[in-house]
Design a protein around this ligand. Structure first.
Ligand SMILES: Cc1cc2nc3c(=O)[nH]c(=O)nc-3n(C[C@H](O)[C@H](O)[C@H](O)COP(=O)(O)O)c2cc1C
Length: 306
């Protein structure tokens, strides 16, 4: 059976979101943290500390994701993760953000396959206490780059390769490139995970029929729009409107307890950027939420929509 992974989404799929999705719906085989940067001596910044705190991830199969171009810093962090009880780490080779790319990290790395080769050479020359997977895009500017990039991954003992089937220049738009993904299915040494634009159980089904050897499918935006999607794929039971309301209220209350109302409204608007897509008039739904300035307005708008 093809497994189901929740994609990492900075500012969206933090530990509270993961815990609450798990409590209400489950059906997720692996949860990935949004990207974390290693810092000297592994003195984690506050947000990172909270993401990694073992008590925040208890009982959940959580894979921390690392974003760096420094193989020694990555190795040091992987060793640190082992002391916290994690059993797998993931490396980010896909982030398209300008500031990240400028430092040749994330998808910026994909422009220089020799630098990638040196990075992995050094990383895997060290003793690592756990399997290391990679989340990648197909290239920087053009999918023609993909065979050379895949050839680099094939030189190293990467535990699994999660492919967001787009290049960096596409950001999150356009259509994922299934042809380039099919090339990976034929040529990747590491087990493959598909990622990109899966938003329903039917699409998951169709994808696994097209690519029967997939290890897993990773879902991001589709799972924020429909947090019950993993359970539906696993059991056939789709999320009811009442379940969505309960999920929303739990998430909202947990965010308020942690961050207070102002920051929570900001974060919930991010969530609604995807959740709004469930509504027949998505733009109207999103606008309705977006213009709320305080808790009373927000809760009234949510009551209206849910
Ligand atoms: C707001 C946002 C934040 C994201 N943050 C991360 C991240 O921290 N690490 C990462 O590897 N990918 C990140 N991604 C990419 C997603 O994990 C995923 O690859 C992408 O959204 C395509 O999958 P989807 O169509 O199922 O959403 C982010 C995407 C979005 C939209």
């Amino acid at each position: 059976m093809t497994q189901r992974y929740l994609a990492p989404m900075e500012e969206v799929t933090g530990y509270l979101f993961r815990q609450i999705l798990n409590r209400h719906f489950g059906g997720v085989d692996r949860y990935f943290t949004p990207f974390l940067s290693p810092v000297t001596g592994c003195a984690f910044k506050t947000r990172q500390g909270r993401e990694l705190d073992p008590k925040h991830n208890e009982g959940l199969p959580v894979v921390p994701q690392i974003l760096t171009d420094d193989p020694d810093a990555a190795a040091e962090m992987i060793r640190f993760l082992a002391t916290l009880g994690y059993t797998e780490a993931n490396l980010n080779f896909g982030c398209p953000s300008g500031t990240v790319v400028k430092k040749n990290r994330g998808s910026g790395f994909l422009r220089d396959t020799e630098a990638m080769e040196r990075f992995f050479e050094r990383l895997f020359s060290q003793e690592l206490p756990m399997p290391v997977s990679v989340k990648t895009r197909l290239g920087f500017a053009d999918a023609a780059e993909w065979p050379a990039i895949l050839a680099v991954y094939n030189h190293f003992p990467i535990s699994e390769l999660i492919v967001h089937a787009r290049v960096r220049e596409e950001w999150y738009g356009g259509t994922p490139n299934r042809e380039a993904f099919a090339y990976a299915c034929e040529n990747s040494k590491a087990p493959l995970v598909y990622n990109g634009d899966i938003t329903s159980a039917a699409q998951f089904q169709e994808l696994t029929e097209e690519f029967p050897n997939l290890k897993a499918v990773m879902i991001g935006r589709g799972a924020v729009a429909d947090p019950g999607i993993f359970r539906e794929i696993a059991t056939g039971v789709s999320m009811s409107p009442a379940e969505l309301r309960e999920f929303h209220d739990d998430l909202y209350r947990s965010y308020v307890n942690l961050w207070g109302v102002k920051d929570t409204l900001f974060k919930m608007k991010e969530v609604w950027g995807y959740l709004g897509d469930r509504f027949p008039d998505a733009d109207r739904a999103k606008k309705h939420i977006h213009k709320c300035r305080n808790e009373a307005e927000y809760l009234a708008a949510v009551r209206d929509l849910l």
